[in-house]
Design a protein around this ligand. Structure first.
Ligand code: COA
Length: 389
């Protein structure tokens, strides 16, 4: 089987954008196509992620609309929706199509607008996001996503003694990394005191423990390994992609702290890539809330269960730590335009593994992992990428 390779990557700045989805996505798509040194007629499939266009923008059937806008009409175009794991699922399907020989060159990407530029405020957007929670058991109770992850984090605190100050350290670290990312929504430092003194959103999370609502787009060009040399963009190998799901609602999960889907997806991706957590040089993880990063770094096997909060407080996940986590600033500081987040993680892995990440470069990065989670820790896609030697 031929492996898949990323030869082009691009994204917009994350933050408020007042332009329509088509225009926003085109910026990322053309950036990735230019980076690959590809032409439009070389692309033979389009895999696309958008989660909320129907509800937030009254805009559906987006894959062919966006393909038309960038001049790709006439090829197979498909849209994926998997809550926050939307475009990593699109990426997985593109990788499989390329590996199986169904397509040679695929454009994969995502776009979303979640800020008040949509005309919708925090309350309305929170309600739209909550449509990913269980319709019969969670939505009627008023459960929103800050609430979902607050319940998971509270359980972690109860089981392992994780503290609010340790969670705040995750936010401080990701804001610090975000300073070095010109595409970040919040490129500024923060302090533990600032996090702990910011208003409570859902106990134990303060405003500064939360990712923001962001607009943005990201895209990558995925090609069959044996075609990579035909493109100008420096190739980065996709060594493994694991995908799993866990029970919805939260009440049906066997454990609130283990994030089972992440463990299963990681095991699958690590097996495909023939690596262990010790081989991983850095990771982009789904830190929609600080507590989610603690759960992710344990599920990925970087730290023993129950020790993720302490590891964050000890600085072990900083750029110069044992295992740098979220060198991009993560969802917390880079931002979280839902459907664009998964492929934005792949954009960051590509830049890091090419050695092109500037001030936030992880020294000697050869193997990177992306962890993208959707809904109430239900869908998770884990990707392992490797620099070509
Ligand atoms: N991190 C850091 N700063 C933030 C922020 C965040 N997440 N969200 C807003 N801010 C800043 C704003 O820039 C603004 O700063 P300013 O006063 O200097 O301009 C200030 O905080 C207030 O912003 P505002 O947009 O009015 O805040 P809000 O109370 O309406 O919303 C949250 C804040 C945290 C409630 C909102 O961002 C949120 O719900 N985030 C989670 C989104 C989510 O659930 N995503 C899905 C994950 S699964």
């Amino acid at each position: 089987m031929s492996r898949a390779t990323v030869v082009g990557a691009g994204m917009t700045e994350f933050g408020p954008h007042d332009r329509p989805l088509e225009e926003l996505f085109a910026d990322a798509a053309f950036a990735s196509i230019d980076d690959a040194g590809a032409t439009l007629d070389e692309i033979d499939a389009f895999y696309f992620g958008n989660a909320l266009g129907g509800q937030a923008e009254g805009d559906t059937h987006l894959a062919p609309k966006l393909a038309t806008h960038v001049g790709l009409q006439g090829i197979p175009c498909q849209r994926f929706e998997d809550a926050c794991a939307t475009s990593s699922n699109a990426f997985k399907h593109a990788v499989q199509a390329v590996e199986s020989g169904v397509h040679d060159v695929a454009l994969v990407g995502g776009v979303e607008r979640c800020t008040p530029e949509t005309g919708l405020g925090t309350g309305e957007m929170t309600e739209i996001f909550a449509s990913a929670a269980h319709r019969q058991y969670e939505q009627p109770a008023g459960l929103t996503f800050p609430g979902v992850f607050a319940l998971l984090a509270k359980r972690h605190m109860h089981e392992y003694g994780t503290t609010e100050a340790q969670l705040a350290e995750v936010a401080v670290k990701n804001h610090h990394h975000g300073r070095y990312n010109p595409n970040a929504h919040f490129g500024r430092d923060a302090t533990v005191e600032e996090v702990l003194e910011s208003p409570t959103v859902a106990d134990p999370f303060h405003l500064m423990d939360c990712c923001p609502f962001s607009d943005g787009a990201s895209a990558v060009v995925v090609v069959a390994d044996d075609l990579a040399e035909n493109f100008a963009g420096e190739p980065v190998s996709v060594a493994g992609v694991g995908h799993s799901t866990d029970a919805v609602p939260l009440a049906d999960k066997a454990s609130l702290t283990e994030t089972r889907a992440a463990r299963d997806a990681a095991a699958e991706a690590y097996a495909q890539a023939d690596v262990t957590p010790d081989d991983v040089d850095f990771a982009e993880v789904h830190d929609c809330f600080t507590g989610a990063e603690v759960l992710a770094i344990e599920a990925l096997g970087f730290f023993e269960d129950g020790t993720g909060g302490r590891a964050a407080a000890e600085g072990r996940t900083y750029l110069d730590g044992d295992i740098p986590v979220n060198p991009s600033g993560g969802l917390k500081a880079k931002g979280h335009p839902i459907g664009a987040t998964g492929t934005a993680q792949i954009v960051e892995l590509t830049g890091q593994l090419r050695g092109d990440a500037g001030r936030r470069q992880v020294e000697g990065a050869a193997t990177g992992v992306a962890h993208n989670l959707g809904g109430d820790a239900a869908t998770t896609v884990v990707t392992v990428m490797e620099a070509r030697t």
